[in-house]
Design a protein around this ligand. Sequence first.
Ligand code: SF4
Length: 400
Amino acid sequence: MNAADSAEMMLNLSARGCVQTQELSLADIALVNTCTVRDHAEHKALSFLGRLAKWKAEKTGRIIIFAGCAAERLGAGVRRKFPQIDIIAGAKNIENFTNIIEKSRLFDNSGATRGTDRHTDKSSDAVALVNIMRGCSCKCSYCIVPYVRGEAYSIPPEDIFKRIEDKLSAGAKEIVLLGQTVNEYNYKGKNFSKLLQDIVKLPSLARVRYISPHPIFINDEFIQTLSSSQKISKHIHLPLQSGSTKVLTDMKRGYTREDFLQKAKMLSSVGIEISTDIIVGYPTETEPDFKDTLTLLDKINFTAAYCFKFSPRAGTPAALLTPLDEKILENRLDILLNKIKQSSALAYARQLGTMQSVLMETASNGRTLTNFWVRTTRNYNKGETIELKIKDVKDTILIA
Ligand code: SF4
């Protein structure tokens, strides 16, 4: 989501004649797009912002833009601590970015290249990210996202198709649809399944993926849609968060352990590989609750899981609960990571000897339709899809 928002802001800056660089010493503008979903992410962003004061002082006219979720959460007050910030663009205002820039008038005096009207989205990346929803209305008890990104809303299909067609004509072959609860998409009756069914009709599209679906919006129509086209990814990243129904209820996730197992079974039955997110040490998680998460991993062979210790975010209901001891959190995380390693190793081993259709993202790296990362022993053209045999596994990379 952040990568897509950064690209969107970059498009606006490009239209003003700016050219992107990753080299801070060459830059006239530093765009700091931030995440606040965990405390650690926000700290990293703020410490980078602190270091930018020196960079700004080295050359007149340099501009710092502080954007995204941490900017939304901290608001204008952040300027007291970091007076070097010129422009604040909170996550709820990303779509208003052009107006924010216009209003600031800062660019009129900056050293940035300007005055042209050229559009520099000439990226020929094989994979392009496209937002289809913004915000989230789920209000899981631990999550800051609804507070910093606002209520969920679906972007009109015509805007989505315009964006996708732009990306495809710039050379993209695979589109990744983005939304906090991407499969909740519904614009005047056009739901996520119907949107997918229309997207796969685009002739120059090779593949479509989506991040992140929510278990409660998985239904029969969606499962049928997934199996209706070879252009739709055979992988789903389906956040579990906990294997205990009690903890899921406390988290306000809207599903039980059994519901999740049933949805995972439906997905596996049509050949979908599943990865997930898990939070350990939610304040009400007991040892038996944690064991429920471990035993669920025996029932679903996840290809990967992003596991995190519970991180209290001020303003969320879970932040009011007494946190568990840090040692308990660390111990549970270690146990979980070991278990996931085994599950993931099994999933990778299953790929050995199989033929896979690989979409090349660089000359020698690509992805299977089931979203395994593949390294090839020969070079191919970026954006090409090739049938390859998997002959080895190195950690989380298949060798073809
Ligand atoms: S569905 Fe995801 S983004 Fe929305 S509140 Fe829950 S965890 Fe946060």
